[in-house]
Ligand binder design. Structure first.
Ligand code: F0G
Length: 456
């Protein structure tokens, strides 16, 4: 029997749909960059699922029990026991968010001449690896690179290519292998336990540590329970333990499956590596038992790590995102399939076949969603990845997508069916759009601060 969300709403936060003229004015003022629109002028905000979730009454009451002692606070021990509980790892370094942990880890192990493979590195992971000089290598399976191929585990690592890479380079050139669960870059796609085990075995045969980027570990475990026959009778908690049992370490942004608004950690089995990272943690984040977080944050996260593994929650969570994908399709919107755990990705190419990549079709779609209904998503297309070649021609992104990420426990089914309807209206009016041109472009990470103007 189908079950709705296993919670009800005790506190509400008002949101407002600004009028059409006001939305148009905000767009013009923001240079048609949705990162510059004030959040108060956004009706349904699907920019990210990171740090945007709603905490439970138990998390809010845990917050009140926060122990703000500088060292060895009671809240630290609660956080430590919770993380050790689901990772099975002895050494835990807290940090204020995912990329802070990545920075600390890679400042120690990433060096020129080394290679760090993954299914797909998330942007901040790749940036941290490259900043310290190593090569970040993506080895996702071929199915994961085809946006419309139906395959249960599109986040899997290509084990053949992993084996070849480790054979060729050896342990001296590969300080570790990462696996992102779920694979955000590939659309929030899961990785099977067979694949995690396979990758871990290959790594260990070659003497290379295997790490998880565990931001969405519980959503990944839920997909394993649903799609991998061997695990259908196992509990999510058992699957989570089995996933982590394959790994030597993990980094995590707890802003996702920690159900918190801030936080993260590095977890390790290797005490020597943990000690090598401690100085960097103290220098960059804070003392070993708080890592840039308040005691109350540690409490809320300890509770969040428990709640996120509840199967009734995961069923509603992943089900809501899947239903959202179906609603979008029923309004004629083309999406990446199958839908992942935390977001739906809209394909802008079929919406605007006449807008060339250098006129940013995916940004055109993202702007149109805000103009039509006050909905904010994020462009993942040629505004983010396109480049000017040396000869002056434009090198487009492979895909022109808009990501609509669903915050945890925040929006109702009617909010998301409204968004699907808005998208349907946008598609009907697609013929009126001509695209955008850049009027200001920063030297890197263009999508965050660039300004655009409509092409007339
Ligand atoms: N790894 C993955 C897979 C992520 O999705 C993110 C963040 C990070 C690491 C970095 O964590 O933001 O806490 O520093 N993803 C967010 C997103 C920003 O919108 O997908 P962070």
């Amino acid at each position: 029997m189908w079950q709705p969300e296993p919670y009800r709403i005790k506190m509400v936060e008002p949101i407002r749909l600004p009028g059409r003229a006001e939305r148009e004015a905000h767009l013009a003022k923001a240079g048609y960059n949705l990162f510059s629109i004030p959040a108060e002028a956004v009706f349904i905000d699907l920019l990210t699922d990171s740090g945007t979730g709603a905490m439970s009454d138990r998390q809010w009451s845990a917050l009140m029990r926060g122990d703000e002692s500088y060292a060895q606070a009671r809240s630290w021990f609660r956080f430590y026991e919770a993380v050790k509980g689901f990772t099975g790892m002895e050494h835990v370094l807290p940090c204020h968010q995912g990329r802070a942990g990545e920075n600390i880890l890679f400042s120690e192990i990433s060096k020129p001449g080394l290679t760090i493979p993954s299914n797909n590195h998330f942007d901040t992971t790749r940036a941290n690896i490259e900043f310290y000089g190593a090569e970040a290598l993506d080895l996702v399976v071929a199915e994961g690179r085809d946006p419309h191929k139906i395959f249960p585990f599109k986040g899997n690592i290509d084990l053949g290519r992993l084996e070849d890479t480790l054979k060729k380079l050896g342990a001296a050139k590969v300080p570790l292998v990462m696996c992102t669960v779920t694979n955000n870059t590939g659309g929030g796609q899961p990785v099977s336990l067979a694949n995690i085990k396979g990758a871990s075995e290959i790594c260990h045969k070659h003497g290379v540590p295997f790490f998880l980027d565990a931001c969405r570990f519980a959503e990944n475990a839920w997909f394993i329970k649903q799609r991998e026959p061997l695990y259908k009778d196992k509990s999510v908690r058992e699957i989570v333990r089995e996933m982590f049992s394959c790994a030597d370490g993990a980094t995590m942004s707890a802003k996702k499956d920690g159900l918190g608004n801030i936080g993260g950690f590095i977890a390790l089995r290797d005490g020597d590596l943990a000690r090598r990272l401690q100085n960097s943690l103290i220098l960059r984040e804070g003392f070993l038992t708080y890592g840039g977080l308040a005691g109350r944050d540690l409490e809320a996260l300890a509770q969040g790590f428990e709640e996120v593994q509840e199967e009734s929650y995961l069923s509603a969570r992943v089900g809501q995102v899947a239903d959202f994908g179906e609603a979008l399709k029923s309004h004629g919107v083309s999406i990446l399939e199958p839908v992942g755990g935390h977001a739906v990705y809209l394909d802008a190419k079929p919406v605007y076949p006449n807008i060339p990549a250098e006129r940013f079709p995916a940004q055109t779609l993202a702007v149109a969603l805000y103009r039509e209904g006050g909905v904010r998503g994020v462009e993942i297309g040629s505004l983010m990845f396109g480049k000017k070649r040396e000869d002056g021609t434009f090198e487009p992104s492979a895909m022109e997508l808009v990501r609509l990420a669903v915050p945890r426990r925040v929006y109702t089914a009617s909010h998301l069916s409204y968004v699907a309807e808005v998208a349907g209206e946008v598609i009907k009016k697609a013929g009126q759009e001509k695209g955008y041109k850049l009027t200001y472009e920063p030297p890197f990470l263009r999508h965050f601060t660039s300004r655009l103007a409509p092409v007339s």
